[in-house]
Write a protein that binds this ligand. Sequence first.
Ligand SMILES: Cc1ncc(COP(=O)(O)O)c(C=O)c1O
Length: 406
Amino acid sequence: MAIFACFVRLAFLGASLAALFTRRGGKDRGSFAPDHCKVRASPSRTEPSPLRGTRLLRMMCPMADDRRQFCSDNEAGIHPRVMEAIAEANRGHVPSYGGDPLTAAVHDRFREIFGPETVTQLVFNGTAANVVAAAGAVDAWQAVVSARTSHIHIDECGAIERFAGCRVLVVESEDGKLDPACLEQVPEGHAEPHQSKPRLLSITQATELGTVYTLGELRALADAVHERGWLLHMDGARLANAAASLGVGLRAVTADAGVDLLSFGGTKCGLMVGEAVVYFDPSLADRLAYVHKQGLQLASKMRFLSAQFLALLEDDLWLRIASHANAMARRLHDAVHDLPGLRISRPTQASAVFARVPLDRLETLRRLARFAVWDEESGEVRWMASWDTTEEDVDDFALTLRSVLG
Ligand SMILES: Cc1ncc(COP(=O)(O)O)c(C=O)c1O
């Protein structure tokens, strides 16, 4: 049976490849114009053929088409300016492991934006940013505190517990946000040394539920955290969206609001890969370089991470990207909020719309579009806009929702 299935797959692959080189014309996405089908003679055969590569990918992987979904900003591609920056960095040999001029420039840029004491390390993904940020500041006998809805608690497979080696204690929150009163939920100072000692409060901005802390809320929380002798960490995987939503700069919403450590998101803001761990207190920075290396995050070809961040931070590209995604989420919200049976379930404050849809329509919707179902039981869904979401995408999707729910 398995051998038969294998033959069928090989036959399909063969037919697909044959079709790739012989198909003529056609209007649908999978068909190709004659010019592109010719197998050219040498020497041009040795030239890279991006078109042919793309088509091959599309034939083998039906999801790789031009449609944009509302599932996640992680699904979006790379912003063209970031792509250019990677290509521009792809020249010659430069010192490795961050000894290159682009990495020096990116450190300068972070200091310019966040203040002269800022210490930064670039990492590969958001989980790594949170782990490295925490591991550089917390000992194994201490604890990280976060909302029950936090990415570090739900979606990072215990990475902090494993790699920072400490506990993560969770507290209940409203719409993903914590306030000083929430901290009363954390048992502290009793039964020492039998219990882990809280050391770091980790909050997310914008939150996992699409909400945004105001500057006043951040300041109140930072004061409460510091009174306890803890540190405030911000998971800023979507920090750009939060800053754009508040209409403030990156420093105002972090260092100036009392944040001590930051995971600054790049991937959800148009980068191919890359996030930054940013420490605002240099006395915490001693361990960071070692944790960064030991935590598998010291890229030998660091220049390519650095080039992307330089592009993102140049001429406020981050702000344009984030403002656009937020505006697309707002457009979607406005287009669908009054559909029968649909209820907006969280305030739309950044790039995500959360809603409850009738359970008996969920399956039909899922067949028509890809999006995140947040809670199967209540029918809560998340629709997320990205840097490349267009007004047309939003209007088409709203029309789809109207046709199913209206
Ligand atoms: C709030 C938040 N933090 C961190 C991350 C980073 O995760 P990853 O390690 O998948 O890049 C994500 C990804 O979706 C996120 O939503």
